[in-house]
Design a binder for this molecule. Structure first.
Ligand code: THU
Length: 140
C-alpha cells in the first residue's frame, strides 16, 4: 500500500508539524530524532519529540510527549497521528507507544503509517485496554 500523498489533509499539516517537533528532539545518545503530531477530536494540534537521558532507560518517546500534551491541554481523544524520523520520513510507533496511543485514541484513531493510513485496530489488534480491567473486577 502506498503512503497517502503528503498533500492530503490533514496529513500534510501533521507531517509538517511532526518534522518541526522532530528538530527539537533531544536525542544525543541514539542520534535518532523523532517527532510526532496529531489532532484531538476538538481539532487541537498536539506535538511531541523524543527526550533522552543519561540514564538511558528513562528516555521518553515522542508519542509520550504528544499524549501528555493531550491531557495537559484539556483531554479528549486523538483522531489522527503521524511520527517521523530525522529525514522527515514516516515511522511506526514503537510497541509501547502503540499501547499509549490506543488508549488516547481508541480503535478508530487514524495513523499515517509506512503502509498508508490505518486505524489503530490494525496497528495494535486485540489491544489491551480499560475494558479488560473493568471486566476483571468482581461483578464487572
Ligand atoms: N522513539 C520514539 O520517540 N518513538 C518511537 O515510536 C520509536 C522510538 C525514540 C526513542 C529513542 O529516543 C529513539 O527513538 C531511538 O529508539
Amino acid at each position: 500500500m502506498d503512503a497517502v500523498p503528503a498533500t492530503e489533509e490533514p496529513w500534510h499539516r501533521l507531517l509538517d508539524e511532526a518534522a518541526r517537533a522532530m528538530r527539537r528532539a533531544y536525542a544525543p545518545y541514539s542520534g535518532y530524532q523523532v517527532g510526532a503530531a496529531g489532532l484531538a477530536d476538538d481539532g487541537r494540534l498536539l506535538v511531541g519529540c523524543n527526550v533522552e537521558n543519561a540514564s538511558y532507560g528513562v528516555g521518553l518517546c515522542a508519542e509520550c510527549g504528544l499524549v501528555s500534551q493531550l491531557a495537559a491541554t484539556g483531554g479528549g481523544r486523538l483522531t489522527h497521528v503521524v511520527c517521523v524520523n530525522r529525514a522527515a520520513e514516516v515511522i511506526m510507533p514503537c510497541g509501547r507507544c502503540r499501547q499509549l496511543l490506543s488508549e488516547a485514541g481508541g480503535p478508530g484513531l487514524l495513523l499515517l503509517t509506512v503502509s498508508g493510513v490505518r486505524p489503530m485496530s490494525e496497528v495494535l489488534p486485540d489491544a489491551f485496554g480499560p475494558d479488560a480491567l473493568q471486566a476483571a473486577r468482581p461483578g464487572g
